[in-house]
Design a protein. Structure first.
Length: 242
């Protein structure tokens, strides 16, 4: 089996509850969304090549032809693994588009899924092979789709699927225009699944900063329904890492 992959490299996770952990990142191509803040727009579409780091953490990439097969990818991951590396981060693009390929990886290394949560049927295929599920919820102001209500329904279903059987947390990007009103449906949805699911509010990385007072208000609102609410920025951007 083969998959369209954008890049493979070893770096430090910069988002969510595992910020600071070292991982081998496998960035898949294709995404069904078009979020206004997307920082990997190239990976939304298919290309004929994939960039693979030769040496762990060195940034010495070489190009191979897409699609990439399972055995080649496992070999590339193994060469990039290091003593401090903890997971294979499956990111994108949207990795759930490639759920059948991911299931076929059958690797000894723990799988850390970074998903926009839009494909619950694909999530069911992977619920017993994923070690950690980092599930996004999009807000109306993210301009990710014309069918927001359907997306939110799918996101909450995906979160419910993973939270039943694996370590799961939810990440929501906060824009300057994000309000309690725009956040409320997502928070209520998470709480209806499990109040113990951690919620990470991630201020958007841009020239326009989200004000601290705004973050405090959003945190307090969410914490009325959820037990673990945190603000974590994109720390890899602060460190100048991929």
């Amino acid at each position: 089996m083969q998959a369209q992959i954008e890049e493979v490299f070893n770096s430090i996770q910069g988002e969510g509850t595992y910020a600071g952990a070292r991982q081998v990142f496998v960035r898949f191509q294709q995404c069904q969304l078009h979020c206004a803040y997307c920082d990997t727009p190239k990976s939304r579409s298919i290309s004929g090549s994939c960039s693979i780091e030769r040496t762990s953490g060195k940034g010495d990439f070489h190009s191979v032809k897409n699609p990439v097969d399972r055995d080649f990818l496992i070999d590339a991951i193994s060469k990039l693994w290091s003593p401090s590396t903890r997971h294979i981060s499956l990111t994108g693009g949207e990795p759930l588009i490639h759920a059948d390929f991911i299931r076929e990886l059958d690797t000894e290394f723990p799988l850390y899924l970074e998903t926009n949560s839009g494909f619950p049927d694909e999530a069911r295929k992977l619920k017993d092979v994923i070690a950690v599920a980092s599930c996004d919820i999009k807000l109306p102001e993210h301009d990710s789709t014309r069918h927001y209500d359907e997306l939110l329904k799918n996101e909450l279903e995906t979160i419910s699927i993973f939270s039943d059987c694996t370590e799961t947390f939810v990440k929501i990007v906060v824009l300057p225009e994000t309000t309690i009103a725009s956040l409320s449906e997502a928070v209520n949805g998470i709480a209806s699944i499990d109040q113990d699911i951690p919620l990470i509010l991630q201020p958007v990385t841009s020239k326009i900063h989200v004000k601290t007072g705004q973050l405090f208000k959003l945190m307090d609102f969410a914490a009325e329904k959820l037990k673990d609410v945190r603000v974590i920025p994109q720390t890899h951007k602060m460190m100048g890492l991929l």
